[in-house]
Design a protein around this ligand. Structure first.
Ligand code: ADP
Ligand code: UDP
Length: 242
């Protein structure tokens, strides 16, 4: 099969989506742009797109291999991967193991406090509203996802958390929290939920185990230093576990 990069379908803050000529797939291109605080802070960080392309490939491929379905099909080149096209559920699904970020600010929970069990939260994906936290009842009422889908989303989120915690602890990193997006895939075997978008240190909080030293986008958010070196180290260490 020859794959043709066709039209640009969407350009977001960190990625571009292209059509492929096949209705079931897309090309996802990782840009070097870094944004934080709903794009109020913006910078081009040379090489970030390449690293996130490889990192997201690594995490998604591992998840596929343990039957947690993701959109990842194959990496095409340094900045692009072929992914399964899906209908994105308009929620940012966040899983937390340790209090940090908006949870600590909103509820006054000390940063670094381990939660008694993993916490799953939902944010409505709408930049113009600043991605507000929403309840399960709101999700059902506004039909962003059905109750059956919500059950499945919890299961995917918690299995992903379990799996990523293990994978990352092997390279001396603690998974504090992360965000995933989930979409409805339209494979021939019927509708199914899959993890889409990306999994990378842009969408996770990763601390060096036993410390609160960030190895993720917080370094950029909080002007605490370069992200390229830490992202490179994470990728290298993960690849060495293979
Ligand atoms: P944003 O839209 O927040 O600026 P990005 O620059 O990361 O973010 O854009 C990527 C867009 O592609 C997101 O809106 C995401 O929901 C969407 N997306 C990711 N994976 C898929 C997929 N497999 N099928 C359809 N849309 C996807
Ligand atoms: N996150 C993300 N995209 C967003 C918001 C959050 O990838 O638009 C990730 C973030 O990197 C962190 C987790 O989701 O790993 C929880 O983020 P939080 O709600 O604490 O918000 P923040 O403090 O990052 O604004």
């Amino acid at each position: 099969m020859t794959l043709k990069k066709k039209n640009k379908l969407y350009e977001g803050k960190a990625k571009i989506l292209y059509s492929t000529g096949y209705s079931y797939s897309l090309i996802q291109h990782f840009k070097d742009e870094a944004t934080a605080f709903n794009a109020k802070k913006k910078e081009v960080i040379e090489g970030k797109g390449v690293l996130n392309n490889f990192l997201s490939e690594f995490f998604m491929q591992k998840l596929n291999s343990v039957n947690v379905p993701t959109h990842f099909i194959s990496r095409l080149n340094m900045r692009e991967q072929l992914v399964e096209k899906c209908d994105i559920i308009p929620l940012e699904v966040v899983v937390r193991n340790i209090a940090a970020g908006s949870l600590s600010k909103r509820l006054g929970i000390e940063e670094g406090k381990r939660l008694p069990r993993p916490l799953v939260e939902f944010y409505y994906k709408d930049d113009s509203l600043n991605d507000p936290l929403v309840t399960e009842s709101q999700i059902s009422t506004f039909e962003w996802a059905t109750e059956t889908e919500l059950g499945e989303i919890f299961e995917i989120a918690l299995r992903t958390n379990d799996f990523l915690c293990g994978l990352l602890s092997a390279v001396n990193l603690t998974l504090v929290d992360f965000k995933i997006e989930i979409g409805r895939s339209f494979r021939s075997e019927g509708e199914k939920l899959i993890i889409a978008d990306e999994i990378s240190p842009d969408s996770c909080r990763l601390w060096k185990t036993g410390t609160q030293q960030s190895m993720d986008k917080d370094l950029f958010r909080n002007d605490e230093g370069d992200i390229i070196e830490p992202y490179k180290i994470i990728l290298k260490k993960l690849q060495e576990t293979n």
